[in-house]
Write a protein that binds this ligand. Structure first.
Ligand code: 5GP
Length: 129
């Protein structure tokens, strides 16, 4: 079972944003910026583009809903989307509130946030869903 499947099951804690029957969204634990969200399918698939069309479309529409809420909750120019998957073999979309394109550089040092900050960010995104 992947670490993300354990998060979906509740065996590993996360700062949850939302879920549907097939999709799940939560804060990245090593955020590039405040409000960095991961959107994943509940089904364990390593490579995003191995998802059947209908599941990929469902996940992308779910990501759109989350991105709209992020844009309202987090001061940013726009929400960027990226797919890497080099670390966790469970398909995921990064949704990153950006002030500039530099915020999308995955080589940037990651933010260190307190538990309270994570909780407040998650709550503010959830309130805007
Ligand atoms: P990628 O596979 O796209 O290269 O990166 C995986 C992402 O998942 C990283 O940004 C990393 O911080 C995040 N991540 C890895 N393990 C966990 C975890 O246990 N909880 C959360 N919330 N994020 C994680």
């Amino acid at each position: 079972m992947t670490i993300f499947s354990k998060i979906i099951k509740g065996d590993i804690p996360c700062y949850k944003i939302a879920e549907t029957e097939n999709c799940f969204a939560f804060l990245d634990i090593n955020p590039m910026v405040r409000g960095h969200v991961l959107v994943i399918p509940k089904r364990e698939v390593d490579y995003l583009f191995d998802l059947p069309d209908s599941e990929l479309a469902d996940l992308q529409l779910f990501a759109k809903r989350i991105a709209i809420a992020q844009k309202k909750a987090i001061p940013c120019q726009r929400v960027g989307q990226a797919v890497l998957g080099m670390e966790v073999p469970h398909a995921h979309i990064h949704l990153i509130p950006m002030q500039s394109e530099k915020d999308m550089l995955f080589s940037n040092p990651k933010l260190k946030l307190t538990e309270q900050e994570f909780l407040e960010i998650a709550e503010s995104v959830r309130k805007n869903l």
